[in-house]
Write a protein that binds this ligand. Sequence first.
Ligand SMILES: Nc1nc2c(ncn2[C@@H]2O[C@H](COP(=O)(O)OP(=O)(O)OP(=O)(O)O)[C@@H](O)[C@H]2O)c(=O)[nH]1
Ligand SMILES: [Mg+2]
Length: 690
Amino acid sequence: MSYSAQNIRNICLLGHGGNGKTSLAESMLYLTGTIDRLGKISDGNTVCDYDPEETRRQFSISAAVAPVEYKGCKINILDTPGYFDFSGEVMESLRVTDAAIIVCSAKSGMSVGAEKAWKYCEAHKLPRILYISKTDEDNSDYNAAFETLRERFGKNIAPVVAPIWDERKKVIGIIDVLNKRAYEFRKGSRVEIPIPENKRSVFSDLYTTLAESVAETSEEFMERYFAGEEFTYAEMIHGLRDGVKDLSIFPVVCGSALSGLGTQMLLDNIVNLLPSPVEGRPEAGIDSHGEPIKFAVSPGAVPCAFVFKTLSDQYGKYSFVKVISGSITSDLTLVNSRTGSQEKLGRLYTMHGKKSEEVKELACGDIGAIGKMEKVKTGDTLCDTRKVVALEGLELPKPCYSMAIAPKVKGQDDKIAAGLTRLGEEDLTFSVSNNTETHQVVLSGTGDIQLDVIVARLKSRFGVEAELSTPRVAYREKIRKKVKVQGRHKKQSGGHGQFGDVWIEFEPGEQEELEFCENVFGGAVPKNFFPAVEKGLREAVQHGVLAGYPVVHLKATLVDGSYHPVDSSEMAFKTAAQLAYKAGLPNASPVLLEPIGSLQVTIPDQYMGDVIGDLNKRRGRILGMNPDREDNQIVEAEVPMSEMSSYAIDLRSITQSRGSFTYHFTRYEEVAPAAQEKAIAEAKALQHAE
Ligand SMILES: Nc1nc2c(ncn2[C@@H]2O[C@H](COP(=O)(O)OP(=O)(O)OP(=O)(O)O)[C@@H](O)[C@H]2O)c(=O)[nH]1
Ligand SMILES: [Mg+2]
């Protein structure tokens, strides 16, 4: 069935890991009759957590789309993962959703996940409903949870529900404040009951608060409110809807995803209070002349769709789209504004978790998928030739955690590379690079769980077992003193002998690469052997004398030597130069250089002491601290790269995931003696192992 844009709701479930988003989506699917069995996380049979890695680990890894039909509306539920490693999935969903449901637990109330979700919503100017989950659980406390939310999010969070407790403080029913009706849950179904006597005053207080909010939405309402007039149900909905849309009211609902209590009420509120795609903020983009434009969601205009997610598994590739204007049908050819090429659309689907259902058309505002669009990537805009536009792309988290990746069985590097390329189509938050100095392939992402999932998928989807290890640091070596040394190579073995003899001065040089000069007097070394000497040294500097790392900033001057008219050869002089190098460098005060990077950590004030203490342990140099606009502190520091491998994880545990950072290489610096010994020992151990 095709819905017009007014009857579509795109909602995104956000919140802390484990607070019940996937279960809530399941409850909505079940209650609307979309599925006939309520799946459970513990049974691994929910619609949204369908991936084998999700069922095995029992948490969401990627965003899933599941539509439900309710009261003449199509609600596209976008279930996102709460684990911060997968925040890229949250960003993709936020890019296309028109509203958010922030799921908080009645056991814990406020959480870092809810805090982040709120911030995302603020940044995207998204209307939102707060849903307090798990009211059925022992030790749950709706009131306490609500208070923590109100404290953080302010007085504009407005309950549209009042829970009914039994004598053990367990929630057994709810009052739908707007509807002025109370319900109890008996044997899995909702039964209307009279509003309990002891709840009447709570109910009327909540109702009054809502009516006040409604009064504030227009002058007419305000006058009527002060005249003591009651608003009709339709007026209440209308007023609240406006308040939700302009972000002055954030309704609060509660319930249990397991029993279904509150789910129907949530659905009612989604349909009644949340905006349809046409009421959302305008899309921003760049037209074909490079000019910025605003682009409204409009059913009557030429077709345009934004690709916000890609699924690419063994069964094929699906490009998830939101139709921004017009409608799309599978016989259309659209322009990909990134490449400029025309793309004939593949089959169209609506997605229900892993199940795809073919459809003829995707209407304006709807979310679905296009099959087999090989050249289309996440972030692309598909548009009509008459109106080519590149809609604003995605803001994805930058990789901040790196590990070296290698096959368990030698020789399968290509298989790993191919698998990572495929996985990279789905997940834009990791990158792969080849470190030519350490000869390692380095996988960088948002955290250890993400990389662990990647390794598991390489095995299950591409049949290749990979191992992660701490990436090696690309140290370098240099000398600090000038030395003059002889290198003499003489061999007499049967017929022809070998003879080469050089005196070379080694000293610290200006340029990073080896600087070779000659200053030979009177032909002590014939000119034609100079290139051989230089070649010998160029080879030698690949391996320093301390720990085998490349030597930089070295100047070598050939100053003297001798030769033999018969036994001298290029080979012999090359060897002689290398002997000079080996003999000279250890006496030239060699030192290890390590890569240093500049670090910027953003943290809430209260973690300052711990973060600084930790940076000191990492040999970090603090350069400054500045507050940002959101009560955070930004710490600037310089930290050696060798101390940064686990920083993403450690900062997370120090700040309960509230901190974030960026880090990039800036320069090489001499290693302090104590750290040098450790690095040399590690390098030797590695060479030994190889
Ligand atoms: N008793 C009770 N348990 C619930 C409820 N909702 C979720 N749970 C349980 O809480 C656990 C986590 O639920 P999920 O639905 O996976 O939570 P989530 O928010 O999707 O978690 P992430 O995917 O990690 O972000 C599961 O064991 C659920 O069965 C509820 O309303 N009542
Ligand atoms: Mg989940």
